[in-house]
Design a protein around this ligand. Structure first.
Ligand code: DLL
Length: 441
């Protein structure tokens, strides 16, 4: 099926189509300013710079970025709750937070100017996905400490669009709103979109009874195969939006109508891709960990923050006319990587294989356990309702076939268990895909 066409536009041509040399000069100027701003104001980072033997005067431009020490989630843990702020708490007009693997929330403070710059980034992203005056945007990301709801909500006003702050959950009501109010843009996690699509099908609601032109999905990894499923089930054009609370929330980057690569808002967030073992900066197109310096933030500016998301960056000009660097879809984090019998496997590799089969649905979970000291991977995936009624023999044959494909892509054998339709857990936000029971006693 041909992909749905939507009319899109460039929100800020001056920045998004800036000559790359001019952009580098702007980034250099902002980086130097940020280093001087943070030094002395943010004790943990001042300490790091001293330890690394770097002084603000050593950073004269973006070419010196590599000299600065990295930051990561542990800096949030160690300075919890407000020790990462660069301004007095009284100047913070909003806080957001995300839970981390460190057990403490990562708390991010926004000044009024930070909210404005975040809103600007979301306007760029949403214009790239076709949101303009008169559109109705159904925001089904969670509202609250999570950044997914309030970020896009604020951008609807300057875009001239109507925000519908549904938040996540209560799926029947989501469907009622989609059907009766007819918003033409939806924003939620890709896994929640699929859940809504399935519930719609179960209720006998056809995608033609609703009016969606685009969907802006993110907050979790999703493959191109999943994008195709969403587009065909919902009759919309799917865009990929990326971000993380520490940098601002959604809107650090977003895809355009020309490709799956995500344009990054590099005038505010200077990206680098670094080797995951050595931390050395990598070149264009090389796979590594994504690192950002949020050089214009006042509340919680960060220098060289390692997201641990894995991607590649490309610097060529896009057919849409934008010159901003683009990153490949993030299909995993370095810490999502499963090491099974010594082999590195990403959940996205398994998703890509499975979703090439029309007999299964994009609902799956991966269980890891250990039998006789050997790692075992079991993948449970739902059958498509049309296949479900088939004979046991067919089911076993398909399980074997999928297992073979997964083994040839990943080098690891997985036991495939085809399950009844609608039997696996659903998510209204970020979906947990991997249950690793190998190390629990
Ligand atoms: O997930 C912000 C967000 C909200 C982004 C809504 C997009 C849409 P956190 O909860 O801090 O913030 O989680 C950030 O989620 O480091 C990635 O690992 C993952 N992530 C976010 N967007 C994408 C995406 C929000 N488009 C973490 N593709 C990030 C893949 C994504 N992973």
């Amino acid at each position: 099926m041909a992909r749905k066409q939507v009319e899109t536009y460039i929100w800020n041509p001056e920045v998004e189509c800036m000559d790359p040399d001019k952009m580098r000069a702007l980034q250099s100027e902002r980086l130097v300013k940020c280093v001087n701003y943070m030094y002395g104001r943010v004790p943990y980072y001042t300490e790091k710079m001293k330890k690394a033997g770097v002084e603000p005067g050593d950073i004269r431009g973006i070419e010196d970025l590599y000299k600065l020490p990295f930051t990561d989630k542990f800096d949030f843990r160690d300075n919890y709750p407000f020790g990462t702020f660069a301004v007095p708490r009284e100047d913070i007009v909003r806080v957001h937070a995300s839970s981390g693997t460190t057990g403490r929330m990562k708390v991010v403070g926004y000044t009024r100017a930070d909210i404005a710059l975040w809103t600007e980034c979301l306007c760029r992203a949403m214009a790239r996905s076709g949101v303009s005056k008169g559109d109705m945007v159904h925001v089904a990301y969670g509202y609250g400490l999570f950044t997914g709801g309030l970020g896009p909500h604020y951008a609807c006003d300057p875009l001239g669009a109507t925000a519908i702050p549904v938040s996540g959950g209560n799926t029947p009501r989501q469907i009622q709103i989609l059907r009766e109010w007819k918003p033409n843009v939806i924003m939620c996690t890709p896994s929640y979109m699929l859940h809504i699509a399935d519930e719609m099908a179960a209720m006998g609601v056809s995608p033609d009874e609703i009016n969606l032109k685009s969907g802006i999905f993110g907050a979790e990894p999703w493959t191109k195969e999943m994008r195709d499923q969403i587009e065909s089930k919902m009759h919309l054009r799917a865009f990929d939006i990326y971000g993380l609370s520490e940098i601002c929330g959604p809107g650090v980057g977003c895809s355009c109508e020309h490709s799956d690569l995500l344009h990054l808002e590099v005038d505010h967030f200077i990206p680098e891709v670094v080797d995951k073992d050595t931390g050395k900066p990598l070149g264009e197109g090389e796979l590594g960990e994504l690192v950002f310096s949020s050089v214009t933030k006042e509340g919680t500016p960060l220098l060289r923050y390692n997201t641990h998301d894995l991607t590649r960056i490309y610097y060529d000009k896009c057919a849409c006319g934008r010159t901003t660097p683009r990153m490949e879809k993030v299909t995993g984090r370095a810490d999502d990587m499963m090491i099974i019998r010594g082999v590195n496997v990403f959940p996205s590799q398994i998703e890509s294989v499975m979703l090439t089969y029309s007999e299964v649905e994009p609902h799956y979970v991966i269980y890891l356990d250990r039998v006789n000291n050997l790692d075992r991977m079991t993948v449970k995936v739902e059958m498509a309702p049309s296949f479900f009624s088939d004979a046991i023999r067919d089911i076993e044959r398909l399980e074997k076939k999928i297992a073979e494909d997964i083994a040839s892509v990943t080098g690891v054998h997985a036991k495939i268990q085809l399950c009844e339709p609608r039997s696996l857990p659903r998510s209204e936000g970020k979906m947990k895909r991997v249950y690793d029971e190998r190390f629990s006693s």
